[in-house]
Structure formats: C-alpha cells, structure tokens
Design a binder for this molecule. Structure first.
Ligand SMILES: *Cc1c(COP(=O)(O)O)cnc(C)c1O
Length: 346
C-alpha cells in the first residue's frame, strides 16, 4: 500500500548528482584552508559554514529525541515545504492534497512549482475528516499536508483522523507542527519509525522565539533526509544562524518558561476577550494565537490599526467569516489590545 521512495521521487532527482562543495570533499583535521576560494581575513565569517550543520543537529537531536541523520535543517520550515515539491512532485503532472483553511505556504509552493493543489474543507468546528481528504487523493497525489495545531484556526487535529491518513495514503504525509511546542499533544516525531513516508516539520520561529534566524526543521527517515540534503542549496543555513541556533538550543529552560507565560496569558486574554460585546465565538486553541469571530472583523481590524495594534483579519478565509487571528504577546501588549477593544465597545 505504502509506496516506496523509488516510486515517489521524481526521476531527475533520483538520478541527480549533487553539487560537491569544498567543505564536503574534505573531512579531517587541517590548519591551512586553501580549498574554497575564501578570504583569509575577517574570521570567522570568511569561512563557508558547515553544509550539514552537524553541531546544530547534535543539539536538535538531543532535544527532539531523533537521530541526527533523520534531521534536515532549512532556511525556515518553508524551505522544507518547498523541497517536498521539488523532490516528489512532477510539475504539471502530480498533485498534492491538504485541507482548508490552513497555512497558505503549501498552496503558494504548489503554485510556484506548477503542481495542482487540492483542498478538502474542514468540518465547521475545524476538525479534520480523514475520509474527505483521502477522497481527493489519486495515483498522482504525491504528498498530503496536515498542519496541527492548525494555522489559522489554532486547534489540534484529532489523532485518529490523522492516523487514518497515515495508514491509508500511499505517498508522503507532511505533518507541520510549527505550533507543537504550545500543545499538550504528543509530537508525531514518535511515529517516524513506523511510517517511512512521514515528514514532521518543527521550527524555531514560534515557541523558540527565533523567527529572525530562519531555522526550520524536518524530521523523517534518513532516506528522505538524504534526498533533501541532495537538493538543498549547499550552504542553506548561514554561519550566524547556525551559531545563534546553537546558543538558543542550549537555553531550553528559558523557552519552556516563555511557553508557560504565553499559555497563561492566552488563558487570561481569552477569558477577558469573551466578555467583550464584540465577541461572538472564540475557537479552541492549542497554539500561541486564537481565532475569534467578532461582530465586524474588518471594522475592528481597522480600528485596532488606528490604535497601532496589528492583528490578522482572516475573514475572507474559508469557514472564517468575521474572524480575527490574534497572537498572544506580553502582558502589556495584551492589555493594550484589551483596553483598545473596551474603548471600541463603548
Ligand atoms: C509560522 C509557521 C511556520 C514557520 O515557518 P518558518 O519558515 O519556519 O518560519 C510553518 N508552518 C506553519 C503552519 C506556520 O504557521
């Protein structure tokens, strides 16, 4: 049932001989590096960074409980998403399936790569119907994208429905856990040994508070990771990003503290928001944001802008009419939002 990689990977990618960079060809100990046409000045920035980011991966492996050769690091998880298309999807022939509403990059990447994008609607309460999604797949469906907790709705997908997809779909299942650090649900990384076609995405952009360094992670069987390494730009993570990632990863207790504060603020903000006149419905969330249906999303969005507060108007998105997506900030930022809205209500 499950297709093996030879059936899923584009032929040109299977046959591709990757670019061999100087830093890959030499491995050993040396003092004098005259192999890469680098400058001898301005250390350490003069040197190309480790193309496979081994030191960063060692730290990631320990935190995520995954072998180093099952980790891909990208210029944001967006790079990993794009690589899924470039590795598996034949332009103008293959398709991918996701649900709606969800993260917009899957469809954008599909468009860039000239891949048909098919989306099954979530149920009205934003829960996933595995069968409805599977019904859109056919023999040319190379990948399915599942985002949990989902953006922009905030809810985690039901494990049983995800499992249906994992057990029935023959191609690559991508589970995007960008907000997983905020959720009580277990990570799908645990299922990697059982599902050779599963790719799990994590990122340093959200709970790890490091969107600026652009570091995304993909976890998968080492055969898939090897393909991603073959296709990626040789030095896809800059030296400053690698160093910064390492120093952030070594301060995990601080991140756990931040997550606690954000979750407690989320609880408080939702509680106070629900008492506002403009509030119609707050949807359950497992992330660092919540989706809320209000009396008039566009007017409130523009009013908040006038107060110098930016939220996301999602009202034109499938199933999200009159909905705003609001990120949890510091206590002071959240109070500024709530106070502004109390004024609006008057
Ligand atoms: C924010 C977000 C990401 C993160 O993307 P990066 O490129 O790692 O910053 C990935 N997926 C979803 C669903 C997101 O909301």
């Amino acid at each position: 049932m499950m297709k093996n990689l030879d059936e899923l990977v584009r032929k040109n990618i299977l046959e591709l001989k990757p670019y061999s960079c100087a830093r890959n060809e030499f491995s050993g100990v040396a003092k004098v590096f005259l192999d890469a046409n680098e400058s001898p000045y301005n250390a350490p920035l003069n040197r190309y960074p480790d193309p496979l980011q081994r030191e960063v991966k060692r730290a990631v492996a320990a935190i995520k409980n995954v072998n180093e050769d099952c980790i891909f690091l990208g210029n944001g998880s967006d790079e990993a998403i794009d690589l899924v298309f470039r590795i598996f999807c034949e332009p103008a022939a293959d398709n991918v399936v996701a649900f709606k509403p969800t993260y917009g990059m899957y469809e954008v990447c599909a468009g860039i790569n000239n891949i048909e994008y098919r989306a099954a609607s979530l149920n009205a309460d934003f829960s996933l119907c595995g069968e409805r999604l599977l019904a859109l797949t056919d023999s040319r469906t190379k990948a399915v994208f599942l985002c949990t907790p989902n953006n922009p709705t905030g809810n985690s997908l039901d494990f049983g429905e995800v499992k249906k997809v994992l057990d029935s779909f023959a191609g690559i299942t991508v589970i995007d856990e960008a907000y997983g650090d905020f959720s009580k649900q277990k990570s799908y990384r645990e299922l990697l040994p059982k599902y050779p076609n599963l790719i799990v995405l994590n990122t340093m952009s959200k709970a790890w508070a490091s969107a600026g360094i652009r570091l995304g992670m993909a976890f998968a069987a080492k055969e898939i990771i090897a393909l991603m390494n073959k296709v990626k730009y040789p030095y896809n993570i800059s030296l400053p990003s690698q160093r910064e990632a390492l120093s952030q990863l070594r301060r995990k207790e601080r991140v756990d503290q931040w997550i606690k504060m954000i979750l407690s603020e989320r609880h408080r903000v939702i509680d106070e928001f629900s008492r506002l006149d403009i509030c119609r419905k707050i949807f359950p969330t497992d992330a660092n944001f919540f989706l809320v249906r209000v009396s008039d999303a566009r007017a409130i969005y523009l009013y908040l802008l006038g107060c110098g507060i930016v939220v996301r108007d999602r009202s034109r998105v499938e199933l999200c009419d009159n909905a705003l997506r609001i990120t949890i900030g510091t206590r002071e930022e959240n109070d500024a939002l709530l106070n502004a809205l109390r004024q609006y209500a008057k």
